[in-house]
Design a protein around this ligand. Sequence first.
Ligand SMILES: Cc1ncc(COP(=O)(O)O)c(C=O)c1O
Length: 464
Amino acid sequence: MISRGPQQQGRILQSNPSRKFLAGTVMTKEEIIRKQKQYLFPSISTYYSDPLVADHASMQYLWDLEGNKYLDFFGGIVTISVGHCNPRVTTKIKAQVDKLQHASTLFPNETMVALAEKLAQITPGEISCSFFSNSGTEANETAIQLARMHTGHYEVVALRHAYSGRSQLAQSLTAHSTWRRSLPVPAQGIVHALNPYCYRCPLGKTYPECGVACAKDVEAVIQTTTSGQIAAFMAEPIQGVGGFITPPKEYFKIVFKIVKDYGGLFIADEVQTAWGRTGKRWFGIEQWEVTPDMITSAKGMANGAPIGLTTTRPEIAASFQGLQISTFGGNPVTSVAAKATIEVIEEDRLMDNADTVGSYYRQGLESLQEKHQLIGDVRGMGLMQALELVKNRNSKEPAPQETTQFMEECRKRGLLVGKGGLHGNVIRTSPPLNIAKSDVDEAVKVMDEAFAAVSPMHAGSASR
Ligand SMILES: Cc1ncc(COP(=O)(O)O)c(C=O)c1O
């Protein structure tokens, strides 16, 4: 078991045992939870029946307010690329805060330009021109806006099970009823094609005999539900919130040709899949050997500092009409955080680490699948790996309650994992890219115990 408990935390103040709190934190856990309920929107989604109040973190570990230490295998929703509060990033952030904290896009500044130049060196093809904003939602808004201006077309094809963000447009690109519930009026001009979900093939077929028929649905959708001229196709290389749905290797090449045939731009939503997460390559879409017209990103780009990126070829960027401003876009502090994050990934060869440690982790998860009936599917790439939990492997009935229980059991043992999927039955994991095999051993051991604890009905040999 991962070491936990107040006695191990140097920062715990024990002078008042009835009100233990950590240095620098003035509220108790109960106060924070009560004030959250009172002062924040109730719809904000949180994990665990007994909420985990985060206090501080370092590299792959996070501590709650009670001093419990957790191995963080979700990385703050696929965001902590190089470890929590990595000193090689925070030192640069601190120096920048003292030098120039804000300039706005009205005043060119070195930090924003240096980041854009760095991006031009690592993005695929001729992509070299960037627009910075504050979140994945804004990055996707900008991408669709630009694709419409550039092509003169309006309609956009997205995929079912996609998650694209929280604005009206981004929610309309999203294809999960759960995340569209607060969308009174969907944005116009968005259609959804079938997604390449091999474990639950929407066409009832099996790969590879299927001939990747789902890819051809993109064409059918264009022909039957649009004017036949599209502005863009937008997809996540691996659908993140959808439950790390990983397309077969031929998928995006087939789709790319269709998108070009109908006049659209191919936009890769790399909010979760960029920055080496999938192993060996900077961007997830590169795993499918496709060069997109545009890439959007956020999350792991600045290791936890809020940033959004829309990047494309110069001639496409030139179509952005009218004056554009983003008050916080290209902020000096977040620009420095992003460049420092990218440099750590580069200097420490973390894309290779994501590949090597990711393969090792995948083997561990597959060995759990052999042992535990609950695990219907193991999927993902690099250090982006998921387990889809089912009540029965033949019927594939989703197991959302067991998924929640499993997360609780992991938490009790000091491991944080995430959740996703249309039915909330997919365990998502995306640890920092610099974890070691020993961290994987620890995580797999905890998961093994957690599965055994979840339901005696499901425990035992998978061959039974
Ligand atoms: C693939 C993808 N796109 C866009 C977004 C929206 O990003 P943000 O929450 O930063 O607005 C998310 C967030 O989870 C995402 O996973």
